[in-house]
Design a protein around this ligand. Structure first.
Ligand code: COI
Length: 357
């Protein structure tokens, strides 16, 4: 399939790179493609960024049949633009599609579409430290219909946003609130799909946490409310007695690409890792006996987010010395060094974007 390109003449100033924040500014162009049962995925095009006109009955607005991804384009040395493991995001998009009954897409074509759009918007990839161009591929159900069933028609779009740190704290540690009152996802449900419902389910608990002075929620499993699952919109890691522990992917947890990168690096460095169930009681016990050394979240948006404090019932513990632990620091440095092309990439994770397309 061809990608038609309609270019807009540049409108304004590129943003001030020191004040980007996350997800507020969007570039001049977007990618669009449509699906109908008769034509399949068709009409791939890069065109000026613009609102999507919809019938108020459009299914995505009522039943949330949608999926999305998040990845970043980084500015490396010599003006090069680099993507980090983008094929993983594309594969996960299709996996999410299957879970919410959206027709799958050709993965090589989706990857090509991301590269083409990023190449068109190359000037928007910021160069200041810790900044990048966030890529948000999204699929939404487009039938104007109020019956509950999978839609027949869909829109796939990709938008781009120059970003800085996700949390105002940046790489500084965050305070986390553990809840056994609210749950994010249940096994057999949507938890492992990147679909808006999971984020909607996280909002109320996150607001309660914020009111109590915490940055995010540590989610426990939805059945026993005992086993740790995720933190905010990130996967969670513990360092206990020198071992790197993270919950296994058993259906209710998003299979994070940064999570996988941390595990791969740890194995590469011959550090012990353990993907296993870990209860909140075990975490508190490890704190009491001094074996809980570190705790951090992993995600594309924040990369590594160290945890300084954990509030559980009427106890608030300080993790380690409350600062950035050596392991969090090592993973953060190794991953961002690869992402920005500052070091050799021994894993083949980096995909350069050809700029002359
Ligand atoms: C990520 O950490 O990559 C996320 O999923 C956050 C995003 C929803 C803003």
């Amino acid at each position: 399939m061809n990608i038609k390109v309609e270019r807009v003449s540049k409108t304004g100033q590129l943003p001030d790179e020191s004040r980007l924040g996350f997800g507020r500014i969007f570039t001049d162009h977007m990618f669009n493609m449509d699906y109908t049962p008769e034509s399949g995925w068709h009409n791939a095009r890069i065109e000026p960024y613009s609102p999507i006109a919809m019938d108020p009955a459009t299914m995505v607005l009522h039943y949330g049949q949608a999926i999305f991804e998040g990845l970043k384009a980084y500015r490396g040395g010599n003006g090069q633009i680099l993507l980090f493991r983008p094929e993983r995001n594309v594969a996960r998009l299709n996996r999410s599609a299957r879970i919410v009954c959206i027709p799958e897409m050709d993965e090589a074509f989706v990857l090509e579409s991301i590269k083409r759009l990023v190449a068109v918007e190359a000037d928007w990839v910021p160069g200041a430290p810790e900044t990048s161009l966030y890529v948000r591929p999204t699929v939404i159900a487009m039938d104007p219909f109020l019956g509950v069933r999978p839609s027949h028609s869909y829109r796939f779009f990709i938008i781009l946003s120059p970003v800085g740190a996700y949390y105002p704290e940046g790489f500084n540690p965050v305070k986390i609130w553990v809840t056994d009152k609210y749950v994010r996802a249940v096994r057999g449900g949507l938890g492992e799909a990147k679909t808006p419902a999971n984020y909607a389910a996280s909002l109320y608990g996150a607001e309660v946490a914020k009111k109590a002075g915490y940055t995010q929620v540590l989610w426990l499993d939805a059945v026993k409310q005992q086993y740790v699952e995720e933190v905010g919109t990130m996967n969670i890691f513990f360092v206990i007695d020198g071992k790197i522990v993270t919950p296994p992917l058993e259906g209710s947890i998003l299979p994070g690409i940064t999570r996988d990168s941390v595990l791969t690096l740890a194995k590469h460095w011959n550090l012990p890792t353990d993907e296993r169930l870990i209860s909140i009681d075990e975490v508190m016990k490890a704190h009491r006996d001094g074996s809980l050394q570190e705790m951090f979240g992993t995600g594309t948006a924040a990369v590594i987010s160290p945890v300084s404090h954990l509030a559980w019932r009427d106890e608030v513990i300080t993790v380690g010395d409350g600062g950035v632990g050596p392991m969090a620091n090592r993973f953060y440095t190794a991953i961002t060094d690869i992402q920005y092309g500052r070091v050799e990439d021994p894993f083949g994770w980096i995909v350069p974007v050809k700029l002359d397309q």
